[in-house]
Design a protein around this ligand. Structure first.
Ligand SMILES: O=P(O)(O)O[C@@H]1C[C@H](O)[C@@H](CO)O1
Length: 213
């Protein structure tokens, strides 16, 4: 996919996840999802990659999800587990690719969360997410993976760390902005700068998965 629907654009999460259900109808069996995300783990640097071992569904805990409403049983059961949402055998392949491509110094494994956005987080938000065990924060992917898991699609996802979320209140500069705040220009630039490296990374993952099919 080129782009995706986001909750902050005014779409319900069922629409945000709809392309995954379309993929299922087209016969897709693996989902590779990526996102731009803020780094919460103090070890992360801008430009690093975080393989998602899991996600923390903060919107789901608040009652928001792609399956609210009548269940469409073509896509799976009403109730379904999310214990192993991120496929361990794909993760193992990716771990090997990370070694082969000598990317170990910039690749981590961690927990992602999706917030509603479109505003970035306050310092209090960031401190709370860290205390909840979250390593990266973005505005997508969780509901897509939930939709995929209901219908049996195997998932791999990673975050590109485009900015570091501040745990400290910054100093206000002369133009009334703040020294530690995030701007979308920065997020887009890091995404652009990493495009070629990420393309190779994803091509390797597709190749490794396709050897199994
Ligand atoms: O679509 P993703 O989750 O990669 O994009 C993130 C979330 C927002 O759309 C945007 C904020 O900078 O980046």
């Amino acid at each position: 996919m080129q782009g995706r629907f986001h909750y902050y654009e005014g779409y319900p999460l069922s629409i945000c996840a709809m392309p995954v259900r379309l993929m299922k109808l087209l016969g897709v069996s693996y989902l590779i999802a990526s996102n731009a995300a803020g780094g919460l783990n103090p070890k992360y640097k801008v430009g690093d990659i975080m393989l998602q071992k899991d996600h923390f569904n903060i919107m789901g805990l608040a009652g928001l999800g792609p399956h609210i409403g009548p269940n469409d049983s073509r896509f799976g059961p009403r109730f379904f587990p999310m214990t192993n949402a991120y496929d361990e055998s794909i993760l193992n392949k990716v771990r090997q690719i990370v070694k082969d491509l000598k990317m170990e110094n910039k690749v981590h494994e961690g927990v992602y969360t999706c917030v509603g956005g479109p505003n970035y987080e306050t310092v209090a938000d960031v401190r709370a997410l860290i205390s909840l065990g979250v390593d990266s924060v973005g505005m997508s992917t969780v509901h897509e993976v939930i939709a995929a898991r209901q219908c049996g699609i195997r998932c791999f996802a990673f975050s590109l760390i485009t900015n570091i979320c501040s745990t400290e209140y910054g100093t206000t500069t002369e133009d009334h902005s703040c020294s530690t705040e995030v701007h979308s220009e920065e997020v887009l630039k890091v995404g652009k700068d990493m495009e070629d490296e990420l393309r190779i990374f994803v091509e390797e993952i597709v190749e490794a998965i396709s050897q199994d099919t």
